[in-house]
Design a protein around this ligand. Structure first.
Ligand code: HEC
Length: 211
C-alpha cells in the first residue's frame, strides 16, 4: 500500500494538521462514472421505454397464464344465461367461485352471502335490487351498482372469472345464511334450470332452455 501512496503534502495546514495529496483511486472513479452512465440507461428504460414492463404488466401476464390453466377446457365465457348456468352446474368451478367470493366479496356480503349491515345485500333470498334475470348478476359484478357501493370488478377479475362469480352468486340463492340481512328490492322469478351437474369432469354441454 505504501508503495502506491503518493506521500506528497498538499501544502495547506490548519491548526498544525497537514494533508497528504492522495487522490481517490482509478477503480473508484470507474465505478462512479459507470454508475452515472448506468443511471441514464436505467431512467430511459424504466421510465420512457415502451418495451419496459411494470409490476401490473407482470401481474396481468401471470393472471392470463393462470386463467388459461383454470379455464383451458372451457374457452372464453360470455355473461350469458347459457354460460352462467354452465358454470353453476359444475362443482369444480363452483369451488373456485367460492374461493374468489370469500377472498373479495365476503367482506361485504358475508362469507355465506347473507349480507352485512350497512353494506352488501343478502344474496340468498329471492329479492334483488339490480337483477331481473341471471345475466344481470354478471352486469352488476362487472359494472358495480349504486354509485360504487357495489364496486365494479372489471379491473380485478377477468371476464371468465366474473361469469364464474355470477354463477356462484346465483348459487347462493335459496341457501340458509347464519345471519341473513333483511330482503331488499323486488322478488324475481327463479333462475332457469341449467345443465345437470357433470360428475365426470368432462367439459359440459349446456342444455339450457334459452331465454
Ligand atoms: C364494498 C362492499 C362490496 C363488495 C366488496 C362487493 N359487493 Fe356486491 N354489493 C354491495 C352492495 C352495497 C350492493 C347493493 C347495491 C345496491 O344498493 O344497489 C351489492 C350488490 C351486489 C349484487 C346484486 C344484488 C342485488 O340485489 O341486486 C351482486 C350479485 C353482488 N353484489 C355480488 C358481488 C360479488 C360477486 C362480489 C365480489 C366480486 C361483490 N358483490 C363484492 C357491496 C359489495
Amino acid at each position: 500500500m505504501s508503495a502506491e501512496r503518493n506521500d506528497q503534502l498538499t501544502g495547506h495546514e490548519y491548526d498544525g494538521i497537514r494533508e497528504y495529496d492522495n487522490p481517490t483511486p482509478g477503480w473508484w472513479h470507474m465505478i462512479f462514472f459507470a454508475s452515472i452512465v448506468f443511471s441514464a440507461f436505467y431512467v430511459l428504460f424504466w421510465h420512457f421505454s415502451p418495451i419496459s414492463w411494470t409490476i401490473e404488466d407482470k401481474w396481468a401476464a401471470a393472471k392470463t397464464r393462470e386463467n388459461a390453466i383454470l379455464f383451458g377446457t372451457v374457452g372464453n365465457l360470455e355473461g350469458t344465461e347459457k354460460d352462467i348456468l354452465r358454470m353453476k352446474a359444475d362443482p369444480k368451478f363452483m369451488a373456485v367461485g367460492k374461493s374468489l367470493f370469500e377472498g373479495t366479496c365476503a367482506q361485504c356480503h358475508a362469507v355465506d352471502g347473507g349480507g352485512m349491515p350497512g353494506t352488501g345485500v343478502n344474496l340468498t333470498d329471492d329479492h334483488y335490487k339490480n337483477a331481473k334475470k341471471i345475466e344481470d348478476l354478471f352486469l352488476v359484478i362487472t359494472n358495480g351498482a349504486n354509485a360504487g357501493a357495489m364496486p365494479a370488478q372489471s379491473q380485478r377479475f377477468s371476464q371468465n372469472e366474473r361469469v364464474l362469480l355470477a354463477a356462484y352468486a346465483a348459487s347462493l340463492r335459496g341457501t340458509k345464511p347464519a345471519a341473513p340481512k333483511a330482503p331488499e328490492g323486488e322478488v324475481i322469478p327463479p333462475w332457469p334450470t341449467g345443465p345437470a351437474p357433470d360428475a365426470s369432469g368432462a367439459p359440459l354441454t349446456p342444455t339450457s332452455s334459452g331465454k
